[in-house]
Design a protein around this ligand. Structure first.
Ligand code: ATP
Ligand code: MG
Length: 571
């Protein structure tokens, strides 16, 4: 294609308040424009990238036998009411009424609709298994749209759904997806991890996320460098070293105005590890709950929420009202309410915690003796912890979730009556799985991982073009002729890496070389072919690899072969 005919509105500066690198570069390089909060327009280059990713998605989905279908975005409320998600999902769902006053919503995801169609059409085990997918728009009124196309309110998702007759079938469909996802993200040129994750609103069974590590990520992931254990911090487990006995005498100590573990630990000259942090939380389902952690540990709110449901931390007033104790002096002893204590608290040593009395703490507390609780893993993994599987060292990295896979079981098929007749003549619910990837997020994550101070460096599989030809002197006939000749010849070559023809962009604008160079580096096409009067005098052209900035002069009559070689060499 010709640059002069393409709409590529590059810009030097972006409006203030835009922080994510992918956002800045997609705006600057003319890939996207923002319509309103969380709503983006994909311009020609942006749309080409998205289509490249979608093509990879389609190819890999078809390889595992997934069949493409298309479902409406507008859904009747009843189907979402049947599974309860009409009620459990709050502001994130766009709701509206049709002209007859009927409740409707815009699809955030399609488990309900998929289970509905399965309930109508799948009657016998002979029709199973099935995998259906679509690449289609989702709408979510996200609380904080951010990072350009990383988190938007309208976005495209590849969502697939598996239907199986039994749990072994689900395992198979799930593993097929995991394998397809490895191929997809590898082909898209992403660095990524497959991590254990919290199923959240999807279900209660096994689930994994595919996470692209980058400082722009919103998630923290825990990675074991020895055994490969990888988990989202929301569910990650770890091992921490046990403490030596403390043998503190059981007695109250006067700690005026010392409330936090840190303050009391400094005041007493005792390591924070020998403290029990006692927190009062109020759960929507369970009422007040007392939560205990070792003094140097932090609460993992997601882990606790999985046990007691959504909760909030008690206010000073609530603490006085419920426990009769000022916050900062609450301890684990007494209080006839539900108690949950983290497993890191040992039962064979003595600790310090609040004395349930203003300005006092209590030392010599023996867990299991002086108080009891439900003992659970509720703490947040730290980098200094050890892997709970192999004892290896852990690292915590920021990452962007680019895809996920969920085992749903019968969570959607039971309420929507998606039953089939099995071999034994018995009626059974279909076992489902669901699997998502956001192509725009993949593109943005690729930029976060692949850029430099001049612009984007596309992994070649998802670049909008493979090669950009840059004639430097548009008034020089020879320059133009050679550039045009290369444009034509390269475009005829079959690109076996991508299973299609080579896609070439020629910058035929009447612009200064400096402008063309800057724009080429900004938009990030993997190979630049520079044709200029000066080098042509030696009967040569230049090939530049965008990623490494390596340039090479090659003679005009070997140019095509050399350009193609450079293209295959780069990644
Ligand atoms: P997140 O935790 O980031 O909100 P999610 O768990 O809600 O993601 P899913 O509902 O499982 O995500 O969606 C599947 C995929 O769709 C995600 O892995 C991501 O690639 C993409 N995706 C989800 N929400 C958005 C969004 N608001 N904007 C762009 N892509 C999204
Ligand atoms: Mg979400």
């Amino acid at each position: 294609m010709r640059y002069s005919q393409l709409f590529i509105p590059t810009m030097r500066e972006v409006p203030s308040g835009i922080n994510a690198i992918s956002h800045i570069l997609m705006l600057r390089a003319g890939y996207v424009r923002q319509l309103a909060a969380g709503l983006f327009i994909f311009l020609p280059l942006g749309w080409r990238v998205l289509n490249k990713i979608n093509l990879i998605l389609k190819e890999e989905m078809e390889k595992i036998g997934a069949q493409e279908i298309s479902m409406p975005i507008l859904h009747p409320a009843e189907i979402w009411q049947a599974t309860g998600r009409w009620y459990t999902i709050k502001e994130e769902m766009f709701r509206l009424k049709d002209r007859t006053g009927r409740d409707m919503c815009l699809g955030m995801t399609h488990e309900e609709i998929m289970a509905w169609i399965a309930s109508k059409e799948i009657k016998s085990y002979r029709q199973l298994p099935q995998i259906w997918y679509q690449i289609q728009t989702k709408l979510r009124d996200e609380a904080r749209p951010r990072g350009g196309v990383l988190r938007t309110r309208e976005f495209i998702m590849k969502d697939s759904y598996s239907f199986d007759a039994d749990w072994e079938g689900l395992d198979r469909s799930y593993n097929l997806h995991a394998e397809a996802y490895h191929r997809i993200f590898t082909r898209c040129g992403l660095k990524y991890y497959q991590v254990e994750s919290d199923p959240g609103i999807m279900g209660d069974l096994e689930s994994h996320e595919f996470m692209a590590p980058t400082p722009a990520g919103e998630d923290d992931i825990v990675i074991c460098e020895s055994c490969g254990y990888a988990a989202n911090i929301e569910v990650a487990k770890s091992e921490i070293s046990t403490l030596l006995p403390s043998n503190l005498e059981y007695k109250e100590i006067y700690t005026p105005n010392k409330k936090s573990v840190k303050e009391v630990s400094e005041f007493l000259g005792l390591n924070e590890k020998y403290f029990i942090k006692t927190l009062l939380v109020i759960s929507e389902k369970n009422g007040p709950v007392l939560v205990m952690l070792r003094g140097d540990q932090e609460l993992n709110e997601k882990k606790l929420a999985r046990i007691i449901g959504e909760f909030s931390f008690a206010t000073p007033e609530q603490s006085l009202e419920i426990l009769g104790v000022e916050l900062g002096f609450v301890g684990p002893i007494g209080h006839k309410i539900k108690k949950i204590a983290d497993l890191s608290i040992q039962k064979d040593i003595t600790y310090v915690s609040g004395a349930n009395k203003k300005d006092y703490h209590l030392q010599g507390i023996i867990p299991g003796v002086h108080f009891d609780a439900q003992w659970m893993d509720i703490r947040k993994v730290k980098e200094e912890d050890k892997c709970y599987k192999c004892g290896g060292s852990l690292k915590i990295e920021k990452a962007i979730e680019v895809g996920n896979i969920f085992k749903l079981g019968t969570k959607y098929t039971e309420p929507l009556h998606a039953y089939f007749l099995d071999k034994d003549g018995k009626e059974k619910p279909i076992i489902m799985g669901s699997y998502g990837i956001g192509p725009a997020r993949v593109a943005a994550a690729a930029i976060e991982q692949n850029h430099d101070s001049d612009g984007i460096i596309w992994p070649k599989s998802i670049a909008p073009f493979d090669i950009e030809i840059i004639p430097l002197n548009m008034d020089d006939e020879k320059t133009v002729n050679i550039a045009e000749e290369l444009y034509e010849k390269l475009g005829e070559i079959y690109n076996s890496f991508a299973d299609r023809h080579i896609e070439v962009l020629i910058d035929d604008r009447d612009e200064r070389p400096g402008v063309k160079f800057k724009d080429a580096d900004l938009i990030g096409i993997p190979i630049q072919v520079i044709v200029g009067k000066k080098v042509l005098n030696e009967n040569k052209i230049e090939i530049k690899k965008r990623r490494t900035k390596e340039t090479k002069k090659v003679s005009v009559n070997k140019a095509v072969v050399e350009i193609i070689n450079a293209y295959y060499e780069t990644y």
